[in-house]
Design a protein around this ligand. Structure first.
Ligand code: FES
Length: 149
Protein backbone atom coordinates (compact mmCIF):
# COMPACT_ATOMS: atom_id res chain seq x y z
CA UNK A 1 0.00 0.00 0.00
CA UNK A 2 1.45 3.36 -0.93
CA UNK A 3 1.32 5.45 2.13
CA UNK A 4 -0.51 8.71 1.47
CA UNK A 5 1.22 10.16 4.51
CA UNK A 6 4.73 9.71 3.16
CA UNK A 7 4.73 13.28 1.85
CA UNK A 8 4.29 14.43 5.45
CA UNK A 9 6.56 11.82 7.01
CA UNK A 10 9.35 12.81 4.62
CA UNK A 11 9.59 16.13 6.45
CA UNK A 12 10.45 14.35 9.69
CA UNK A 13 13.20 12.14 11.00
CA UNK A 14 10.97 9.59 12.69
CA UNK A 15 11.76 10.48 16.32
CA UNK A 16 8.98 9.99 18.80
CA UNK A 17 9.36 13.63 19.96
CA UNK A 18 7.98 14.60 16.56
CA UNK A 19 4.60 13.07 17.35
CA UNK A 20 2.72 16.33 17.96
CA UNK A 21 4.03 18.21 14.90
CA UNK A 22 3.25 15.15 12.78
CA UNK A 23 -0.29 14.97 14.16
CA UNK A 24 -0.67 18.68 13.37
CA UNK A 25 0.60 18.21 9.83
CA UNK A 26 -1.68 15.25 9.16
CA UNK A 27 -4.67 17.13 10.53
CA UNK A 28 -3.83 20.12 8.37
CA UNK A 29 -3.68 17.91 5.31
CA UNK A 30 -6.71 15.69 6.03
CA UNK A 31 -8.79 18.05 8.13
CA UNK A 32 -8.89 15.47 10.94
CA UNK A 33 -7.07 12.46 12.34
CA UNK A 34 -8.47 9.20 11.01
CA UNK A 35 -7.74 5.90 12.74
CA UNK A 36 -5.78 4.86 9.71
CA UNK A 37 -3.62 8.00 9.79
CA UNK A 38 -2.84 7.47 13.47
CA UNK A 39 -1.91 3.85 12.81
CA UNK A 40 0.48 5.00 10.06
CA UNK A 41 2.02 7.56 12.39
CA UNK A 42 2.56 4.88 15.02
CA UNK A 43 4.29 2.71 12.45
CA UNK A 44 6.45 5.58 11.22
CA UNK A 45 7.57 6.54 14.73
CA UNK A 46 7.80 2.90 15.86
CA UNK A 47 5.63 3.57 18.89
CA UNK A 48 2.43 1.80 20.01
CA UNK A 49 -0.81 2.95 18.40
CA UNK A 50 -2.20 3.49 21.89
CA UNK A 51 0.47 6.13 22.52
CA UNK A 52 -0.57 8.07 19.39
CA UNK A 53 -4.27 7.86 20.35
CA UNK A 54 -3.48 8.82 23.93
CA UNK A 55 -1.52 11.92 22.98
CA UNK A 56 -3.97 12.98 20.26
CA UNK A 57 -7.00 12.71 22.51
CA UNK A 58 -5.25 14.68 25.24
CA UNK A 59 -5.13 17.84 23.11
CA UNK A 60 -8.29 19.75 22.23
CA UNK A 61 -6.76 20.93 18.94
CA UNK A 62 -7.17 17.52 17.33
CA UNK A 63 -10.34 16.26 15.75
CA UNK A 64 -11.20 12.67 14.93
CA UNK A 65 -13.97 13.17 12.46
CA UNK A 66 -13.96 15.13 9.22
CA UNK A 67 -15.48 18.59 9.34
CA UNK A 68 -18.95 19.00 7.85
CA UNK A 69 -19.52 20.86 4.59
CA UNK A 70 -20.87 23.60 6.84
CA UNK A 71 -18.51 23.97 9.73
CA UNK A 72 -19.97 25.95 12.60
CA UNK A 73 -17.70 27.59 15.13
CA UNK A 74 -19.48 28.79 18.21
CA UNK A 75 -17.80 31.43 20.32
CA UNK A 76 -17.62 30.57 24.00
CA UNK A 77 -15.73 33.76 24.95
CA UNK A 78 -16.90 35.85 27.89
CA UNK A 79 -18.85 38.44 25.89
CA UNK A 80 -20.70 35.76 23.97
CA UNK A 81 -21.25 33.63 27.05
CA UNK A 82 -22.80 36.52 28.97
CA UNK A 83 -25.06 37.32 26.03
CA UNK A 84 -26.43 33.80 25.78
CA UNK A 85 -23.99 31.60 23.84
CA UNK A 86 -25.04 28.46 25.79
CA UNK A 87 -28.64 28.95 24.66
CA UNK A 88 -27.45 29.52 21.08
CA UNK A 89 -25.46 26.28 21.18
CA UNK A 90 -28.47 24.41 22.50
CA UNK A 91 -30.58 25.77 19.66
CA UNK A 92 -28.01 24.80 17.03
CA UNK A 93 -27.72 21.30 18.51
CA UNK A 94 -31.50 20.91 18.54
CA UNK A 95 -31.82 22.03 14.94
CA UNK A 96 -29.02 19.91 13.56
CA UNK A 97 -29.38 16.87 15.81
CA UNK A 98 -25.67 16.81 16.63
CA UNK A 99 -23.68 17.97 19.63
CA UNK A 100 -20.70 20.25 19.90
CA UNK A 101 -17.62 18.40 18.62
CA UNK A 102 -19.69 16.20 16.31
CA UNK A 103 -20.21 15.94 12.58
CA UNK A 104 -23.57 14.91 11.11
CA UNK A 105 -23.71 11.46 9.50
CA UNK A 106 -24.26 13.02 6.05
CA UNK A 107 -21.17 15.21 6.63
CA UNK A 108 -23.27 18.35 6.06
CA UNK A 109 -22.66 19.96 9.46
CA UNK A 110 -20.12 20.01 12.23
CA UNK A 111 -20.00 22.09 15.39
CA UNK A 112 -16.93 23.23 17.25
CA UNK A 113 -16.53 25.86 19.95
CA UNK A 114 -13.69 28.35 20.09
CA UNK A 115 -12.38 30.79 22.68
CA UNK A 116 -13.22 33.99 20.77
CA UNK A 117 -13.87 34.76 17.14
CA UNK A 118 -12.89 38.38 17.49
CA UNK A 119 -16.31 39.97 17.05
CA UNK A 120 -17.07 40.52 20.73
CA UNK A 121 -19.08 43.72 20.20
CA UNK A 122 -21.49 41.65 18.08
CA UNK A 123 -22.00 38.93 20.69
CA UNK A 124 -23.30 36.33 20.70
CA UNK A 125 -21.87 35.10 17.43
CA UNK A 126 -20.88 32.08 15.42
CA UNK A 127 -19.14 31.54 12.13
CA UNK A 128 -20.30 29.15 9.44
CA UNK A 129 -17.41 28.42 7.09
CA UNK A 130 -15.70 31.65 8.23
CA UNK A 131 -18.77 33.84 7.67
CA UNK A 132 -19.71 35.62 10.89
CA UNK A 133 -23.32 35.55 12.07
CA UNK A 134 -23.70 38.10 14.83
CA UNK A 135 -26.09 39.34 17.45
CA UNK A 136 -27.79 35.96 17.48
CA UNK A 137 -31.03 34.90 19.05
CA UNK A 138 -32.56 31.40 19.15
CA UNK A 139 -35.01 32.61 16.51
CA UNK A 140 -32.20 33.67 14.18
CA UNK A 141 -30.57 30.28 14.65
CA UNK A 142 -33.78 28.55 13.79
CA UNK A 143 -34.09 30.60 10.61
CA UNK A 144 -30.49 29.88 9.73
CA UNK A 145 -30.64 26.12 10.15
CA UNK A 146 -34.39 25.31 10.11
CA UNK A 147 -34.91 21.78 11.47
CA UNK A 148 -32.31 19.64 9.76
CA UNK A 149 -32.67 16.54 11.91
S1 FES B 1 -16.28 36.67 23.07
FE1 FES B 1 -17.38 35.99 21.36
S2 FES B 1 -16.44 37.02 19.74
FE2 FES B 1 -15.22 37.50 21.42
Amino acid sequence: MTNQYNKIFNKFKGNSEELIPILQNVQEELGYLSEESMASIAKFLRIPKSKVFGVATFYAQFRFKPKGKNHIMLCRGTACHVKGAPRILEEIENNLGIKEGETSADLEYSIESVACIGACSLAPCITVNEKVHADLTPQKIENLFKKKN
